[in-house]
Write a protein that binds this ligand. Structure first.
Ligand SMILES: [Zn+2]
Length: 511
């Protein structure tokens, strides 16, 4: 301890915390972490008390030995939303901030406890670089049981993510119980089998003839939303429309063009089985949304809008009649019409549309839309320049269904290559975006598409530690990002994942 106290106050070494805090002042000295034994919290707020209880329980697990030092939990206003301070010295630990900030303070202290038996004397002053720090999880291509979803969200909170984008519907399964429309899950939550191997493999496709499916009951949805809220994470649901809808249309084929019967898809890719645009179909979608909205307090509701083949619209008399009635020149304008109508519907319910960046292909983008730019950052740049808020999630950097190393040594994935360093090199604000528009880039998110991730352990393997890299990119000051330093700190955090039973790709495997 004495040798540390004699070192200079400012050191090059960083705290073993991910994401790296915005500012760390080294006070000299250190504290055996087991001395932290009690929590002092006089804040009457129920959320703060709940956090204090979590900290108390965590300390009880690791405390031991003589001496008693407190963790003081205090509410204080901070200049930045989600900001906090955390001071560790000979008197214990003291965290200050709003409830959001205090949760992040605990995430930092928890990581310091995970990283070793001693805590350095430091003063951390921290706040995020971006307000939207998200992760999207696809539970349609493969279902994930509720306890695993909760555990996954808990890991996101430890990395200071604040958005969980829940991709609940797609061609391969409808995962949200809506009692008014029982067939959505009764039919749409199950498929008879699943494609074996890669969708692009040569030869005729083969299917494993084992039913796959599942769905979340209303009470499970509420449990997930409340659990996430308690960790400072907003759940944004995605109901993918009007494409990626085979599962819903298998349940209610009367809302497809020509009322074509359909099936819950056993394969992967993009399918032309989409919702018809006649009023009855769009009315149905609005009725579905009226069942979905009460489950999710999020102001943003994601309605997809991506990858919509228009072949059925082109030869559907109902769709052609809608185009004539609305004065639309082509089916691309018909796509815009659908999204604009649903955007207005959400607005009438006090919500905002979030959609994939296809929505920028046929301007104008509906008022108030948040654009998630996945085909690159171009859609987000277009959106920001046009006055819209955007979140960057380019497939080139943050699609975690891509390989993370040489495919020869990795489990089957969709393709691509996004190494840990690729993810760490992601910057949400593209350099070509003019400074006056940059504030509209709210942040970024990773997308976990699950065609080739059949179970939770596989999801964890693809997610971690690449999500550690993204967490730092979205939180820490951009000018201080340093992959080598991040990599060194990562080595001290990964054993805690093992202790919690979370799988990850080891750092020492060849990249
Ligand atoms: Zn039609």
């Amino acid at each position: 301890m004495g040798s540390m106290a004699s070192e200079p106050m400012i050191r090059k070494e960083r705290l073993p915390v991910i994401p790296q805090p915005a500012r760390v002042e080294w006070l000299g000295g250190e504290l055996p972490s087991r001395l932290l034994e009690e929590v002092i919290c006089d804040v009457p707020d129920a959320d703060v008390q709940a956090l204090a209880a979590v900290i108390r329980e965590a300390l009880a697990d690791q405390a031991g030995g003589p001496g008693r030092l407190p963790v003081r939990v205090e509410r204080a206003s901070t200049p930045a939303p989600e900001g906090y301070s955390l001071r560790i010295d000979g008197g214990g630990a003291r965290m200050r901030g709003s409830i959001e900030g205090l949760r992040h303070a605990w995430a930092s202290l928890g990581q310091l406890l995970d990283a070793g038996d001693t805590l350095p004397h430091v003063l951390i002053s921290d706040a995020p670089a971006f307000p939207h720090r998200g992760v999207m999880l696809d539970v349609s291509r493969h279902f994930m049981p509720t306890p695993d979803v909760l555990a996954f969200i808990a890991e996101l909170a430890r990395l200071k993510f604040n958005v969980f984008h829940w991709h609940l519907t797609d061609d391969q399964g409808w995962r949200i119980e809506l009692p008014r429309f029982p067939a959505l899950t009764g039919v749409g939550a199950w498929r008879p089998g699943t494609l074996i191997g890669h969708a692009d493999a040569p030869g005729p496709p083969a299917y494993e003839a084992r039913p796959h499916g599942g769905f979340y009951t209303q009470s499970e949805i509420r449990e997930v939303v409340a659990f996430a809220a308690g960790l400072g994470i907003t759940v944004i649901p995605e109901i993918d429309l009007p494409g990626h809808s085979s599962a819903a249309l298998a349940a209610y084929p009367q809302y497809s063009c020509h009322c074509r019967p359909g099936d819950v898809w056993q394969g992967w890719g993009v399918r032309d089985h989409v919702f018809c645009t006649r009023d009855e179909s769009l009315d149905f979608l609005e009725q579905v949304l009226d069942e979905v909205l009460p489950l999710f307090p999020s102001p943003l509701i994601h309605l997809g809008g991506d990858e919509v083949p228009t072949t059925h619209w082109e030869d559907c008399p109902d769709c052609q009649a809608v185009m004539a009635r609305e004065g639309l020149q082509d089916v691309e304008e018909l796509h815009r019409y659908v999204m604009a109508r649903l955007a207005r519907f959400l607005q009438s319910r006090g919500r905002r549309l979030a959609a994939w960046d296809e929505i920028t292909d046929t301007p104008p983008v509906p008022a108030g839309t948040l654009v998630l730019s996945w085909r690159g950052t171009e859609g987000g740049v277009l959106a920001a320049r046009a006055g819209f808020e955007t979140v960057m999630c380019p497939a080139s950097h943050v699609y975690l269904d891509h390989y993370q190393a040489d495919p020869a040594g990795e489990p089957l994935a969709i393709g691509g290559l996004s190494t840990l360093e690729t993810v760490y090199s992601f910057r949400p604000v593209p350099p070509e975006l003019e400074p006056r528009h940059r504030g509209r880039v709210l942040g970024g998110q990773a997308n976990l598409w699950r065609e080739y991730m059949p179970d939770t352990a596989h999801v964890q393997y693809m997610a971690f530690p690449r999500l550690h890299a993204l967490a730092e990119v979205l939180w820490s000051p951009q000018e201080g990002l340093d992959f080598a330093d991040f990599h060194a700190r990562l080595g001290r955090q990964l054993p805690a994942l093992t202790r919690r039973g979370v799988r990850f790709r080891p750092l020492d495997r060849p990249g």
